[in-house]
Design a protein around this ligand. Sequence first.
Ligand SMILES: *Cc1c(COP(=O)(O)O)cnc(C)c1O
Length: 357
Amino acid sequence: MSRPIQASLDLQALRHNLQVVRQAAPGSRVWSVVKANAYGHGIDRIWQALGTTDGFAMLNLEEAILLRERGWKGPILMLEGFFHADELEVFDQYRLTTSVHSNWQLKALQNARLHAPLDIYVKVNSGMNRLGFLPDRISSVWQQLRAMHNVGDMTLMSHFSVAEKPDGIEEAMLRVEQAAEGLNCPRSLCNSAATLWHPEAHFDWVRPGIILYGASPSGQWHDVATSGLRPVMTLKSHIIGIQPLKAGERVGYGGRYQAHQEQRIGIVACGYGDGYPRVAPTGTPVMVEGVRTQTLGTVSMDMLAVDLTPCPQAGIGAEVELWGSEIKIDDVAAAAGTVGYELMCALAPRVPVVTLS
Ligand SMILES: *Cc1c(COP(=O)(O)O)cnc(C)c1O
């Protein structure tokens, strides 16, 4: 046996979460977002469980080519488009839909020699100010693209910066309306938060990512607690050491935790070298043999300490859930000052991953 840490992926939960999306947006088609290697889950491991999706969205060509080589024949949307004109050859070969967000891409599309027209997502900057044309440029960009023999179907796309708030997309929607005026075109606007909370923005295609993996787009699990989402990734390990502390003794690097009384602690084979956040402070939730408890002191590269006061029976070999169906990744992330997205993406390559179908 090797080091006892392991991540498991519940593919039933993934299928179920896609159904939650379908129910939330019954009139829309779904781009399942699998960028960043499926939010750290591994595209190769999970894409088939999402096989009833209408399309996959991502941004690395390697990931798109992998999907094609594995046999996915449906649409693939490259969320950031092509990064260099040369890549259009690959877009052509693998039949990828590209977003178009900058002027230089218009010229590149105009000049490319393709076997068949590419479908295009024209990106409007609705206030995020990352990528996209301003609303008042869209009409002219649209006419230019429409006239190109290299361009097939066209969809208007935008991305919300504050979709987790009830009134967070109003301003952005006005800008999208301004951009879309007179175009009578299909639209794709919604990330996970908007898919769940802004049905008025669903339109033709939604683009959920994080909710497919069973975490909250707001970073707060309680915001999705009644949505029926199920966490896909569980990170587990075992206790590999026990320390009975006397009052006044300290734990870990920097001695940042100090016992106030006698206390039994467990040492877990999991650290920041596995992707567990080093900044998670004392008090971050963790589960030992089914009992909720907390971390103590500084997280090391390969280990962390947990309080065994609520579970006095737990000894060497006791199972520890770092996050998963019981300890929500959002709660660990919140303790560490980040969001579930970042923890998923940071799962380290040294952690063995199993899939449960
Ligand atoms: C990442 C991304 C999404 C999905 O976002 P979630 O918050 O994970 O649902 C949708 N659209 C674009 C353009 C993205 O970059």
